[in-house]
Write a protein that binds this ligand. Structure first.
Ligand code: NAI
Ligand code: MG
Length: 323
């Protein structure tokens, strides 16, 4: 989208390292000259501990009134009755496409994950002796995620549809729908079983361009892809709906390193860059990504990448390398 007025961005730092990396992303956006109004929203575990509520109706309304959101990470409380804030946001805002690009010096591929159904349907029965989760696959959601993946794949080499249709018959519907969309749109497509995809991501990740898959497989494969790239802390994502989008690093709140000043801010900075692209400012997005790559080349690295820099040093290096 592009708009004459400054975009309104809901800024949701969340818990743990969330606020640390979101601050870095905001600092880089500011230094790059991004023009937007930020609307702070406090939701998550910290808020739940204080008030007993992690996300209220008013928060949802505040978020809906914005154009998009920049999100850090949220800690999942140890309470079986707690409903994931992020899952709720994805459902309420119908953010159906989770787009996760993976870049390194040698690799460049994107995972497009269906974000609203599959094993994350929320339809569960948990008893003492038996528990069930319903895996929902619909033609409508399979087609719309395939459409989004084809949009991203056009001009690139190949779309890989990842599934487990040999065992999960629900995936036959997903595969059939995705293949039909790719054929109609003229995007070269192949399909691959998820276990083979997990193996290939490690031994031959160069073979992938755009992967499209169902919710749980996409969740797992994207953390694996982050490992292949070098660190969870490097990777960004967009959760896209029809008229709203939420941008977040793919990592969680990392309580083991929170407050130490060593969280890798690159995933959050890259998420902010994806946000600028979505807001219709691709030049600024590209400038941010270039500065990130140069900072990494110059050795501005946090400990997860084997470096010795802190969050603020890496952020300062990125800012200095903005052109
Ligand atoms: P995590 O992603 O927070 O951490 C996994 C490992 O990666 C940890 O060793 C952590 O130190 C490291 N790591 C993560 N991000 C990093 C960064 N930016 N820089 C350097 N190292 C980084 O996953 P974990 O430990 O399984 O979950 C912690 C909490 O976060 C849980 O409560 C979980 O439910 C929540 N979570 C939230 C997500 C979200 O809000 N989007 C996503 C994943 C988990
Ligand atoms: Mg995950």
């Amino acid at each position: 989208m592009s708009c004459a007025r400054a975009a309104k961005v809901a800024v949701i730092p969340g818990d743990g390292i969330g606020p640390e990396v979101v601050k870095s992303a905001l600092d880089v956006l500011k230094a790059a000259g991004a023009d937007f109004e930020s609307v702070p929203v406090e939701i998550g575990y910290g808020r739940w501990k204080r008030t007993g509520q992690a996300l209220s109706e008013e928060d949802l309304q505040t978020i809906r009134e914005c154009d998009c959101a920049l999100f850090g990470a949220i800690t999942t409380p140890p309470d079986p009755n707690y409903r994931s804030v992020l899952l709720r946001l994805r459902h309420e805002l119908d953010l159906y496409a989770n787009i996760r690009p993976f870049h390194s010096a040698a690799l460049d591929f994107i995972i497009v994950r269906e974000n609203t159904e599959g094993l994350y349907s929320g339809q569960e029965e948990v008893g003492e002796e038996e528990a069930r989760t319903v895996r929902v696959i619909t033609r409508r959601c399979s087609e719309r995620i395939a459409e989004k993946a084809c949009e991203i794949a056009s001009g690139r080499r190949r779309l890989t549809i990842v599934h487990k249709s040999n065992v999960l018959h629900s995936d036959r519907l997903f595969l059939k729908a995705a293949l039909a969309v790719a054929k109609r749109r003229g995007v070269p497509a192949e399909d691959m079983l998820v276990d083979a995809a997990a193996y290939n991501l490690v031994v031959n990740p160069q073979r992938f361009d755009v992967i499209v898959t169902t919710n749980l497989f996409g969740d797992i494969l994207s953390d694996e892809a982050a490992g292949v790239i070098g660190s969870l802390g490097l990777c960004a994502s967009a959760n896209i709906g029809l008229d709203f989008a939420l941008f977040e690093p793919i990592h969680g709140s990392a309580p083991d390193i929170a407050g130490k000043g060593i969280a890798n801010p690159i995933g959050a900075i890259r998420s902010a860059s994806m946000m600028m692209e979505w807001l219709g400012v691709p030049g600024l997005a590209h400038q941010m990504e270039k500065a990130v790559q140069k900072a990494l080349e110059k050795g501005a690295r946090t400990p997860d990448l084997g470096g010795e820099c802190g969050t603020q040093e890496v952020t300062a290096a990125v800012i200095e390398l903005l052109e």
